[in-house]
Design a protein around this ligand. Structure first.
Ligand code: FAD
Ligand code: SF4
Length: 309
């Protein structure tokens, strides 16, 4: 066993022995009902940005959002990642929040974060949010949990078809990191460690944008958010990748929107028709119907911004 593997195994064993939880930057885990915390091992190849000969890149899970944004080659090569990361939280949070922690942060549901409520996400068999306070909940109901996934960074990684390197597992597509168990925020067990994410070689000349709709201008998770990547040949869209957050239990790639855009003109009508495809999958709760037009407007806004020189 290498020194790195030994360090990862020791951290995992400490989690198992204490019933605890891994801590990276701590900005999420320290704001929830307390469990013993186990710091991720510094130096166990979890930090930093490494370029590969084929032009792809590995970003260590303990890389902070600030360090990610400070890497000029990375932000120039993956502009949708840069725009998306720059919108997260506040400078102070970005200084300590890590890539891994952002992807694996728990959802913001009040019931989950308030001691005394049992629900599907903490061992119970009910969802008090469905009939209770769910103003900020999902508009694409994947049931039974209706808490939208809070990771903004995941949108860019979905749009770039990135993969996750989890210790002891084969590489995971980002969508598979979130899986299809409707009672969990992600598929990792508490002792499993995300080591890095890998992005494929960049595409030159792509047009990108990130947009969010918020209830408060700063220091807030978005109600709805969207990341888009396009390539154009003149006014014709030749490739598209679109991801949206704040709307479902998982961050969502929207292939139906990309399909509607592909091969068509970069015009307001085309953007609106493509956004219609996304709203067609909405199944709002009683108090989340407002997110349907918000999703539409956010997508159109992001597509327009991406195509505006
Ligand atoms: C005011 C405010 C506004 C915010 N706005 C946004 C926003 O707009 N978008 C957004 O995405 N986030 C937002 N956040 C959340 C913030 O981005 C997250 O709290 C942060 O990214 C978590 O990273 P961390 O390193 O501190 O994670 P931690 O709190 O250390 O960990 C979070 C979770 O991930 C697990 N974990 C962390 N790293 C690993 C790993 N390598 N392997 C396995 N498990 C791991 C931990 O066990 C824990 O369960 C906001 C936060 C605040 C306070
Ligand atoms: S929305 Fe999810 S986290 Fe919130 S109470 Fe329901 S099951 Fe629990």
């Amino acid at each position: 066993m290498t020194a790195i593997e030994a360090a990862l195994e020791a951290a995992a064993e400490a989690v198992r022995a204490t019933g605890g939880e891994l801590r990276a930057g701590g900005t999420d885990v320290m704001t929830r009902p307390a469990r013993p915390l186990v710091d991720l091992p510094a130096g166990a190849d979890l930090h930093g940005i490494t370029w590969r000969p084929d032009g792809s890149v590995r970003v260590g899970a303990l890389t902070t959002i600030t360090d990610l944004l400070a890497d000029a080659r990375l932000t120039a090569s993956y502009p949708a990642l840069a725009a998306t990361a720059a919108a997260i939280a506040t400078p102070q949070i970005r200084n300590v929040a890590t890539v891994g922690g952002n992807l694996l942060q728990r959802n913001r549901c009040w019931y989950l974060r308030t001691p005394g409520f049992a629900c599907h996400q903490n061992g119970g068999d009910t969802c008090p949010a469905r009939d209770g306070a769910h103003l900020y909940s999902a508009v694409v109901d994947q049931g039974p949990c209706v808490a939208p996934h809070p990771s903004t960074l995941a949108l860019a990684l979905l749009a770039y078809a990135a993969t996750a390197d989890v210790h002891g597992r084969a590489p995971l597509e980002i969508a598979d990191l979130y899986g299809d168990d409707p009672t969990r925020d992600h598929v990792l067990d508490s002792a499993e460690i995300l080591r890095a994410v890998h992005l494929p070689p960049p595409v030159s000349g792509e047009r990108t944008a990130y947009r969010r709709a918020t209830a408060r201008e700063r220091a807030e998770w978005p109600l709805v958010e969207a990341t888009v990547r396009l390539t154009l040949d003149g006014d014709t869209i030749t490739t598209a990748a679109v991801a949206a957050g704040g709307i479902a239990r998982t961050p969502l790639l929207l292939p139906e929107v990309a399909e509607a855009l592909h091969g068509g003109p970069a015009t307001p009508d085309a953007f609106a028709a493509a956004a219609d495809r996304a709203t067609a999958r909405c199944t709002p709760l009683p108090r989340t119907a407002y997110k349907v037009p918000l999703l539409h407007a956010t997508l159109v806004d992001a597509l327009t911004a991406a195509c505006t020189p």
